[in-house]
Design a protein around this ligand. Structure first.
Ligand code: SF4
Length: 534
């Protein structure tokens, strides 16, 4: 494919490497790389391994993670067992559900990869383009097809987009990652506005009747400079979704920035072009599209589906189980797969809240299901704070991380469960290890970003605090409070903020709603009491 950008000035070093050899080429070289020592491998080939879904982990000594992509979180029992088998044989018996519905296996070596790829292939699974400057896992409604609230089933749309984009050399050299979300659930379980392209449910009324389809958002993303995606004016029919995904991919590929690596995401192009120019170009490339329609939206459901609930199919239920921080032993994934065979029809889903849903449980089996020991371990009825919290990988595996995250978050949410047992409304505390914001601190009621600093001469973990984030109908990023609070005071600082909210809120007002109504001043005063001296 002609690379129209190849003679641009100031291309960054990743761009030069991609022009030299496309990331997808690495797939043909995996067997040869598996025979080499880590130190012998060209660092740019290590970078290209991302196109195979293989990523270096901390410490950078030859251990890798593999990210298995599960579009819309779809997983069956035999696939779950294959993933668990890989983890048992090569990955120290643990798996990690990610915030894009993938499953990661850590502690792998390149020598393990040929067998791992063979097993994934046989199970109709893939890690291809799990990482890298490519279309990432297509996020979707984990309940697609069974969701009583969805406007329509989005399974086919997700499958078509994956089929068209993934592994396609037309889209294997983008300026940065390309994140797509597709959901027809009105509670925004696809976290639409933090994606590069998102499809949300919409209806269009005309003289001939009412049509169901999508509205679309473009240019969202978090990290250091978070942007909420902007709505384009089109009403997109289901059969037009692939053209839209291609069209946005083409705009990104041809016009996206490739110079300063920190300024290459689609959001920066949208900033400079504006929504009207972007919509015009998309219409030219992939349209023409109809305009108008009405978005179907209600309060954000945070991608959380705990409990046992009715499906749209008469007499069938789904069960949402809490997987704390998305981490579990591989043997437990096998056991969950067996539960889904015993009580359902062997279909599971991963969620972007890092949990698991088991589908198609008949009404008469619900009570037996509840009594299973595994359903006690991975509860369907978590405490308020535990059930809504999220953390990133942290310094256990991530080379960017200055701090440990999962145990820290556990200690914080358990303390809050204990202090506020009467609080039943959802409350999201997210802890992310660094500014890359993988655990979405900007979307939390209270979002924490970790760092290291000295307090009284001692090097300690410290946290920047944000408050008041949400998506869905009330999408808005959390506001950053000034100052950083150390590990010794963070529980008391958060506890005091929540106590203040509980005392002053109106009715069942959620924390982010309270913050937006009253402002951040009171919470800043609380943080000031605990913050490190400037
Ligand atoms: Fe690593 Fe930072 Fe992402 Fe956490 S937020 S997983 S520390 S890059």
């Amino acid at each position: 494919m002609e690379k129209s950008w190849k003679s641009r000035e100031n291309l960054n070093k990743n761009e030069l490497a991609k022009l030299e050899k496309d990331g997808l080429e690495i797939l043909k070289e995996l067997d040869a790389l598996a025979k080499k020592e880590y130190s012998e491998i060209d660092p740019m080939d290590i970078e290209r391994l991302k196109w195979a879904g293989i990523y270096t982990q901390r410490p950078k000594n030859g251990k890798f993670l593999i990210r298995v992509k599960l579009p819309s979180g779809k997983l069956n029992t035999s696939q779950a067992k294959v993933i668990a088998g890989i983890s048992k044989d090569y990955g120290e018996d643990s798996i990690q559900i990610t915030i894009r519905q993938c499953i990661q296996i850590h502690n792998l070596t390149l020598q393990d990869m040929p067998d791992i790829f063979q097993r994934l292939h046989e199970a109709h699974l893939t890690s291809v383009e799990g990482c890298g400057d490519v279309p990432r896992n297509v996020l979707g409604n984990p309940l697609a097809g069974v969701d009583p609230e969805e406007l329509f089933d989005t399974t086919e749309v997700v499958e078509q987009i994956v089929e068209e984009l993934v592994g396609n050399p037309e889209f294997s050299n983008l300026p940065r990652k390309y994140k797509i979300s597709v959901s027809a659930n009105p509670g925004d379980c696809g976290f639409a506005q933090i994606n590069d392209l998102a499809f949300v449910p919409a209806i269009l009324r005309s003289k001939t009747g009412t049509e169901q389809g999508f509205h679309i958002y473009v240019g969202g993303g978090l990290s250091k400079e978070p942007h909420l995606a902007q709505k384009l004016p089109f009403f997109i029919r289901k059969e037009e979704a692939v053209a839209v995904a291609r069209g946005v991919g083409i705009i990104f590929r041809e016009y996206g920035y490739r110079e300063n690596r920190g300024h290459c995401r689609l959001k920066y192009l949208l900033d400079d072009w504006g929504v009207d120019a972007f919509a015009k170009k998309l219409n030219e490339i992939a349209g023409p599209f109809t305009t108008g329609g009405r978005t179907i939206a209600r309060k954000w459901n945070r991608g959380v589906f705990h409990g046992i609930h009715r499906q749209k199919q008469e007499g069938l239920f789904y069960a949402g189980l809490l997987i704390p921080s998305g981490s579990m032993e591989a043997s437990d994934l096998v056991a969950l797969a067996e539960l889904s065979e015993k009580y359902g029809d062997g279909q599971l889903r991963t969620t972007n809240s890092q949990n698991i849903v088991i589908l198609n449980i008949p009404e008469q089996k619900r009570n037996e299901f509840r009594k299973e020991p595994l359903v006690k371990k991975y509860t369907i009825k978590p405490d308020t704070f535990t059930g809504n919290a999220a953390s990133c990988t942290g310094n256990q595996y991530c080379s960017f991380a200055p701090i440990e995250t999962k145990k820290r978050l556990k200690s914080i949410v358990e303390a809050m469960n204990e202090r506020f047992p009467e609080l039943k409304e959802p409350f999201r505390i997210n802890l992310t290890g660094c500014v890359h914001a993988c655990a979405h601190p900007q979307l939390a009621d209270i979002g924490l970003t970790g760092g290291r600093a000295k307090e009284n001469g001692e090097a300690v973990d410290v946290f920047t605090i944000r408050i008041g984030g949400a998506l869905g109908k009330e999408a808005g990023f959390a506001e950053v409070l000034a100052g950083r609070v150390s590990e010794y005071h963070i529980i008391d600082a958060i506890g005091e903020m929540i106590a203040y909210y509980v005392e002053h809120r109106e009715g069942k007002e959620l924390f982010y709603q309270y913050v937006r109504r009253t402002g951040a001043e009171q919470f800043q005063k609380i943080v000031d009491k605990y913050a490190l001296a400037a």
